[in-house]
Design a protein around this ligand. Structure first.
Ligand code: ATP
Ligand code: MG
Length: 462
């Protein structure tokens, strides 16, 4: 589901340090080459599939390197989740070498090579192209760019130094063009080239910076960080499906809490969820919303650490909840009754968030069900509780309710009732509902009356 964007773009040559001067503007970096006995990357750290691809390319007469994130991860003691390969073979040449290989990509052509369950992404070295050789949007974002080049050029187009190491399968040596090893050693994230220009070319790099800082517990080097505080809004020009994928990588890969902090520090959280973001600093409710999101992040990280499933729907239900509550209030002020006000708010919030992060329909549906559950969980008399607890969305709705109580958004109590209800046997459950008959139903009526607009009249005396 997480679509891979193997798209690394150009940046100005003059700003790259450690460059070898050339006659024209094409100044290229010289690598520091660390032979096998001088680095810590071992073939044992690589998947069978990755090695097959590397050797296959090599046997076919091509250069083959492992590159980027996988090397960064191995050096940090993290098991890579995928292996990326670069080569001087064109996509068509790569395809001919492997039985199960497919050329994919609209923006950039790459090849997926399949071995059993594994997919290895193989890219061809990209050239540094001049702006007029490629398609750019009016904001300077690169749209299409399929010009092949050398490994040096390829290195210059990577995003951060920590992602620009190359491992050569031919001699097992590590090629460091950008001072990557020093940066990794010093736990530093440094963008390659002119920071502002590189973020303008591809604003997603700002999210990647936040993500690597969170994932690796690295610091952003000041020049790399500075422009992010001004350029955050350019993320709204990125295609919304890609943004959705990036949000999942930030929040559903085991470091959600650190991602939240890192995004906040860079001023990007409000840009990812503008409508909720507006209320994160409100006096009174602001800290509650921060608590809510923070607690959800903690729970998500815990679930992932325990190998339990997580869903984007729950994450977005939390991230968008402050906006739903605020919009509901607005509709209530205009005299709309509570349930339709909530429905209307929910639809509007999802609609406007879709402009930024396209939420696939199947998740949007679940998000709404989780929100609907918040009203339904209050209705427990008669057979309501029995029916609700068997609902497929009960668990998510209940977890969401607990979060709301925990964050201080609502008084605790209802969540605890449902916790006990689930622990009881049939008889105990009936007894719990019977007890409610005496107290809960009238209490609810009372609350409803308070929501009526002033002047609507109150007949009850309870
Ligand atoms: P992870 O796989 O953990 O998400 P990664 O760094 O491997 O992190 P990928 O999306 O797999 O990220 O990309 C592979 C490599 O491609 C990166 O390490 C980097 O060198 C390069 N790259 C990816 N996205 C960009 C980008 N937006 N701009 C420049 N280079 C990029
Ligand atoms: Mg990767």
């Amino acid at each position: 589901m997480l679509r891979k964007i193997a798209s690394y773009l150009t940046q100005p040559l003059d700003s790259v340090t450690r460059l070898l001067g050339r006659s024209s503007s094409a100044a290229l970096p010289v690598p520091e080459i660390h032979s096998r006995e001088h680095h810590d990357i071992s073939r044992r750290d690589m998947s069978r599939a990755a090695l097959n691809v590397l050797y296959g390319l090599n046997k076919g007469g091509f250069e083959a390197y492992l590159v980027g994130g996988c090397l960064r991860d191995i050096l940090n003691g993290v098991t890579p989740k995928d292996f990326d390969v670069v080569t001087n073979a064109t996509p068509e040449e790569v395809q001919k070498l492997f039985r199960r290989a497919r050329v994919i990509g609209r923006r950039f052509k790459i090849v997926h090579v399949y071995f059993g369950q594994d997919v290895i992404e193989v890219a061809t070295f990209r050239a540094l192209s001049e702006p007029d050789e490629r398609e750019e949007s009016e904001h300077g974002m690169i749209l299409r760019d399929n010009i092949y080049g050398t490994i040096e050029e390829d290195a210059l187009r990577r995003d951060f130094t920590l992602n620009a190491l190359y491992y050569n399968i031919d001699n097992f040596a590590l090629y460091d063009f950008m001072g990557s090893l020093d940066d990794i050693r010093e736990r530093r994230i440094r963008i390659i080239g002119d920071p502002e220009r590189r973020y303008r070319e591809d604003p997603v790099r700002m999210l990647r910076a936040a993500r690597f800082a969170a994932k690796m517990q690295f610091e952003l080097e000041p020049e790399t960080e500075k422009p992010i505080h001004q350029l955050g809004l350019s993320l709204h020009q990125v295609p919304a499906p890609r943004m959705f994928d990036e949000v999942l990588k930030l929040f559903l890969t085991g470091h959600a809490l650190a991602s939240m902090k890192s995004l906040q520090q860079l001023g990007l959280l409000e840009i990812l969820i503008p409508e909720s973001g507006k209320h994160l600093h409100d006096t009174g409710i602001g800290p509650v919303w921060n608590n809510l999101i923070e607690q959800a992040c903690i729970n998500t990280d815990k679930r992932i650490a325990e190998n339990r499933p997580v869903t984007p729907a729950f994450l977005f239900a939390v991230l968008l909840w402050p906006a739903v509550v605020a919009r509901t209030e607005k509709h209530l002020e205009h005299g709309v009754p509570f349930a339709p006000a909530r429905q209307k708010a929910a639809g509007q919030v999802i609609h406007s968030q879709n402009e930024i992060t396209a939420i696939p329909k199947r998740f949007a549906q679940v998000i709404r069900e989780i929100w609907d559950m918040q009203l339904r969980l209050d209705k427990r008399h008669g057979r309501h509780a029995e029916v609700l607890v068997a609902d497929t969305r009960f668990r998510a709705g209940y977890d969401f309710l607990l979060l709301r109580e925990q964050s201080g958004e609502i008084e605790p109590g209802l969540g605890d009732w449902w916790t006990r209800y689930q622990e009881e046997d049939e008889h105990g459950r009936m007894e719990m509902v019977r007890q409610l008959g005496k107290t809960a139903a009238p209490a609810k009526k009372k609350r409803r009356r308070r929501r009526k607009p002033a002047g609507a009249g109150s007949t009850g005396s309870q």
